[in-house]
Design a protein around this ligand. Sequence first.
Ligand code: B16
Ligand code: MG
Length: 217
Amino acid sequence: MLKAVIFDLDGVITDTAHLHFLAWRSVAQEMGITFDEAFNEQLKGISRMDSLLRILRHGGKEGMFSDKQCLALASKKNERYVQSLASLTQQSVLPGIGKVLAEIRAANVKIGLASVSLNAPKILHALGIHQAFDYCVDASRIVCSKPDPEIFLTACAGLHVHPEQAIGIEDAVAGVEAINAAGMLSVGIGADLKHAGLQLHSTRELTWKCLTDFWAS
Ligand code: B16
Ligand code: MG
């Protein structure tokens, strides 16, 4: 029996990827590194520090900064990113998400959040949907990044459900792999997520009917 649906945040509930991109791009430019939105795709679902390491590698500057300097760069990016979050409103929730959250709640199925973003609580409040979630994983306590299943297993434990009783929803390859490795059913939103049990083009297609049909299939 389906007992929980666990959502990723960026790319599933709202689209903060562009805001991450703008903040990273401005910090990277100051180090003489340039990258475009195509490269930014590789940073989706990747933690802040791992994102910085990928950007440094991309710019040929891997190993050129001390741990202290990396922390300073990551916090500079976060300050700029957090400033840009002021632009989020209830209208920034992706299409269909408000409705499916209400449908899941009405069916008495639990709702969880498995985002690696340390800003997730702030974002849910800005979107006005924090009360929709029964449990949100505290990303600061997660040791292994997606595709490791840790974050989804932590969400299941927090919701008191077994992974086989839950569906996970992700927009990133690493996220889909994490859901699969947790032993949950996976829904992928967007292109190139061929390992997802169910692939949808957009959150518009994510309905309670589609989730229950998938569960029964
Ligand atoms: P923060 P998700 C991820 O969100 C983003 O996709 C990724 O680009 C970002 O680096 C990561 O959160 C960490 O975010 O800097 O706010 O802690 O897809 O896991 O919801
Ligand atoms: Mg995501």
